[in-house]
Structure formats: structure tokens, C-alpha cells
Ligand binder design. Structure first.
Ligand code: BDR
Ligand code: CA
Length: 341
């Protein structure tokens, strides 16, 4: 079994990441830390506890982390995830457990991850990177102990495709999803992101799942239907039907906002569970694998100059993910993924 800790800002796609982390084959979810992002910390924590109740894992400890970035104000994504961060269903249960305040998120992560045999545990981050940056700044020895860090974030665009101006599927000439340049998770706390990617030892253990990849894996109408009805078996249990309906409701809401805001009508990219799927690559073998052009590696830098203002996006590129090919070390950034259907 692969031990993992999930750090998330539970919105719609984070909910799917929790489902996979909590029930994925051979995964052992040690705990979850929550962070500001899609909604306030209080709300993302509540959403996390509700989703854990829904998927039958209220035993997973949830530790609230940072409510804001290091040196900026928090930014939330109500136009994508609704004001609650998880709008669109009436089937979310009330939490069955409470958030754990002591020890705090950073201490809890360290304790859980260091408690695993060396070279086995993963940290998966699907929100703003404030907690993760604090963790490695406080406990640098954890870098050597971990098996890997998997991050959903970034929009590479031109730097990745060698095109003069890159694009992400469905995004036209812009490759960010929050500003023209920046992906949301990185934009939320660019200084935290930069501290992670500029840490050479940590970068060498990091896999980055950017929009360039997630926009190739859309939750199409067919996938939405499969979620509701399944393919290989039918179930008569009311709990299972409700759970399918709840995730289906969430997916339809997400599909709607993606279509309204980005004009992406095929279906929304389900970003966050892909960062969890990275851990399954070793055991899923040929059924699911990520293609990274023969193991290419990248130096990643984050643009941190500029104000947190959408009006600034033409002048400043704050939160932009800039990559250069590396000969030694660097971050793994899969270009695509193959899944046998
Ligand atoms: C990321 O931003 C959030 O809104 C999603 O949950 C995902 O983690 C995609 O840019
Ligand atoms: Ca997220």
C-alpha cells in the first residue's frame, strides 16, 4: 500500500481527488490538510469533512492549515465552484467528524509522513501551496524521507510546446485559467510555489500536473453518464446510488461553470484527481501511464512580481509558470496520459 497525505482546498475536482485518495487501489490515506483557495479555509475544511462523510471515511484526520498566502490576500473562485466552494448538490452530508486543530496542519503532516518507512510516502497538493511550502521550510529533512510530491498546478503554454504563444485545449490564446498567464493554484500563492520549485532536492522528487495535461482529460458527457450508472455492474443500494448522484451533481455543476466561464462545452477538466493518479502509475502499469517524452525534466520558476489584481494581467504575469528544460534534476511534467478504456 502507498501511504499518502492530501493537501487540498476542497472544491469540485478536489472532491474527486479525495474519493480516489480514500478508496484508490493500494492507497492508504494518512490524513488531509486544508488550505485557502477555491473558498475560505473554514469552508474548504467543512467541504472536506462532508466529502469524507459521504465516501464513508470520517476516520481520516483533517487538519486546517493556512487561511491566506504568505504575503498576499486570499483569492477565492466562486465563479467556478460557487460561494460554498462545492455548490450544486443537496446530497452532501453533514460532517461526521471535527477538524483537528492540535497538532496544527504542518506538524500533523510531518508526523504522519515521517512515520512511514523512508522512500515510501507521497504528499499530494491540489490547492494553493502555502501549507506545503511551510512544511518544507520548517522540516527540510522531510524532502529526503519522502517518495514524492505530486502537485496539480501551473499552465506551461508556449514554454512547453515550443510554440510562440502556447495554448491549453479550449482556452484559445490564453493558457492560464485565472489570468491569461496563471493557473489558479499557483496564482493564489506564487511565493509559496516558487519556494517549492526552487528547492532543488524537492524539485527532483516533484511531479507537476499542469492545465496543459488536465485539459486533455475532459469529463465528457459519456464519462458523466458512466459516473451515474456505472458500466460493469448495477447496484441497488440506496447509499451507492446517492453517492453516484452526489458526484454526478457536482460534476454537472463544474461542467456548467466551465462552459459558462471558459466556453468549454465538451466537459470540464477534472484537474485534481490526476495528481493522485500519479501515485497509481507504478501499480496500474500499462492500463494507465503518463507520457513525459522519455523522462524529460524541467526547471520551474514562478513569476512573483506583480499585484494580485486581474486588471493587472496584461501588464504583470504574476503566478505564471515558466519552465526550461533541464539536463540534471528538475521537475517531472507529464505531457499527456494514456488510459486504457
Ligand atoms: C485548480 O484550481 C482549483 O479551482 C481546482 O480545484 C484545481 O485545483 C485548477 O486550476
Ligand atoms: Ca483544488
Amino acid at each position: 500500500q502507498i501511504p499518502l497525505w492530501l493537501d487540498c482546498d476542497t472544491g469540485h475536482d478536489d472532491a474527486f481527488a479525495i474519493l480516489l485518495a480514500a478508496h484508490g487501489p493500494s492507497l492508504r490515506l494518512l490524513g488531509i490538510s486544508t488550505v485557502h483557495g477555491n473558498a475560505s479555509l473554514e469552508q474548504t475544511t467543512h467541504n472536506t469533512l462532508s466529502v469524507l462523510a459521504a465516501v464513508g471515511r470520517p476516520d481520516v484526520p483533517v487538519h486546517p492549515g493556512a487561511a491566506k498566502p504568505f504575503c498576499r490576500n486570499a483569492v477565492h473562485a466562486a465563479d467556478i465552484h460557487g460561494v460554498s466552494g462545492l455548490d450544486g448538490t443537496t446530497l452532501l452530508p453533514r460532517p461526521l467528524s471535527k477538524p483537528i486543530m492540535k497538532p496544527n496542519a504542518v506538524l500533523a503532516m510531518r508526523h504522519a509522513l515521517m512515520g512511514q518507512p523512508e522512500g515510501t510516502a507521497w504528499l499530494v497538493a491540489t490547492g494553493a501551496l502555502t501549507n506545503v511550502a511551510l512544511l518544507f521550510a520548517t522540516f527540510p529533512e522531510l524532502v529526503g524521507h519522502l517518495k514524492g510530491l505530486s502537485v496539480m498546478g501551473g499552465a506551461i503554454g508556449g514554454g512547453f510546446t515550443d510554440a510562440p504563444m502556447g495554448h491549453v485545449k479550449g482556452q484559445g490564446e490564453r493558457f492560464g485559467n485565472w489570468t491569461r498567464w496563471a493557473e489558479f493554484n499557483i496564482y493564489c500563492d506564487p511565493e509559496a510555489a516558487e519556494s517549492i520549485f526552487s528547492n532543488r532536492k524537492l524539485a527532483a522528487k516533484t511531479t507537476l500536473i499542469p492545465l496543459d495535461l488536465t485539459h486533455q482529460v475532459l469529463a465528457t458527457k459519456k464519462a458523466q453518464q458512466t459516473l451515474l450508472t456505472g458500466t460493469t455492474f448495477t447496484t441497488s443500494s440506496t447509499a451507492a446510488i446517492n453517492l453516484r448522484q452526489m458526484f454526478h451533481d457536482l460534476l454537472l455543476y463544474f461542467a456548467h461553470t466551465y462552459s459558462e466561464v471558459y466556453g468549454l462545452t465538451e466537459g470540464p477538466p477534472l484537474h485534481d484527481p490526476i495528481a493522485v493518479a500519479v501515485l497509481l502509475e507504478a501499480i496500474m502499469g500499462p492500463i494507465m501511464r503518463f507520457a513525459d517524452n522519455g523522462g524529460e525534466r524541467w526547471h520551474v520558476n514562478i513569476v512573483t512580481d506583480g499585484l494580485h489584481s486581474r486588471h493587472d494581467e496584461e501588464r504583470g504575469q504574476v503566478g505564471r509558470t515558466v519552465v526550461t528544460k533541464s539536463d540534471h534534476g528538475g521537475v517531472r511534467i507529464p505531457r499527456s496520459m494514456e488510459v486504457e478504456s
